[in-house]
Unconditional design. Structure first.
Length: 326
């Protein structure tokens, strides 16, 4: 790409001299302008690049009008652009020809029931990127974020691009995520861009559902969530969407402070009671809900006192009798 702004005062002076004295040699131009011969040769080179000079003889130059020079430059630029566009079109056609092969090979990765296994973080990232680009109506996300096992957040650039296309995005966080700086910042950013963002005390799994027709469930054992399954079975998707909608209806706006009054348990206490009834220890409850074990211990102690229970088992029985587990 030529730099059209690289003409300094010397180059302009040389150009004016060559216009005024078409037959002047470089030494004559040097003497006329009282500048070193090397500067004349450097200016001639710059002017030739911009097509303002063309060779006239073995050691001479002929000045060209700026209009003619611009026509020459634009013609060359247009030719280069046409060649580039032709190359891009050929590459696009070549890649598009592989679409059938890709879809056929992709379909073979799916196991029984249309469930496809994705192994590795990069493979999972590629699947999410592809689905984000192809979705047209909705994206529903569950993002459980715990204190000790933080599930990966969706990629913000993908979410913002999806929202810019007018796709409806609903994202559910656990309430504990409000205390995580990265989660809160991410939630604010996508909410400002138009996403609907809510939170609940406890979420069963990390889940992404695109257009209600394909779901991604990361199943990795650690915080990376590298391994996942892609589900396209309509019956399974119907269950997953019902699960999401049930949690969405119970959720509150992200960032809202939980208000609790009366004798019954709060949403957080109810979640703790359910996990206690399932035999979970405080450390496990803390990890699933996303708060510290010390906080869970305080909640459990308060619940046992309110229920006048001498043991966790008795607390579970009395909570069930009071309808607190419903």
């Amino acid at each position: 790409m030529l730099n059209l702004t690289n003409l300094d005062a010397t180059s302009i002076a040389v150009y004016r001299t060559r216009v005024a004295h078409p037959a002047a040699t470089a030494p004559q131009v040097s003497a006329e302008l009282d500048i070193p011969l090397a500067q004349v040769h450097l200016a001639d080179g710059r002017l030739a690049e911009l097509r303002l000079l063309r060779p006239a003889s073995a050691d001479g130059w002929a000045a060209v009008s700026p209009e003619t020079a611009s026509d020459l430059l634009l013609a060359e630029a247009e030719r280069a652009l046409l060649e580039q566009r032709t190359a891009v079109a050929a590459a696009r056609a070549g890649l598009s020809a592989l679409t059938g092969e890709y879809l056929d090979a992709r379909s073979r990765r799916a196991g029984p029931g249309g469930v496809e296994t994705v192994e590795g973080e990069e493979a999972l990232r590629a699947v999410v990127h592809e689905l984000s680009q192809s979705c047209r109506s909705t994206v529903d996300a569950m993002v459980p974020v715990g204190a000790g096992d933080r599930a990966p957040l969706p990629e913000m650039p993908l979410d913002l691009a999806v929202l810019a296309r007018g796709v409806t995005v609903r994202t559910l966080f656990q309430q504990a995520g409000q205390g995580h700086r990265a989660t809160a910042s991410y939630a604010r950013a996508i909410s400002t861009a138009g996403a609907l963002v809510k939170s609940v005390t406890l979420l069963p799994a990390h889940m992404l559902v695109y257009d209600g027709t394909v779901a991604v469930l990361p199943l990795g054992p650690g915080p990376s969530g590298a391994d996942a399954v892609v589900i396209r079975d309509p019956a399974v998707l119907q269950v997953l969407m019902q699960l999401f909608d049930q949690h969405w209806e119970r959720a509150s706006d992200f960032g809202a402070v939980e208000q609790h009054g009366g004798e019954g348990p709060s949403d957080l206490e109810r979640a703790v009671l359910r996990l206690m009834a399932a035999g979970k220890k405080d450390e496990v409850i803390a990890r699933q809900i996303g708060v510290s074990p010390r906080s869970i211990s305080r909640i459990v102690a308060t619940l046992m006192e309110r229920l006048q229970a001498a043991s966790r088992f008795q607390a579970g029985v009395r909570a069930a009798a009071n309808g607190w587990l419903a």
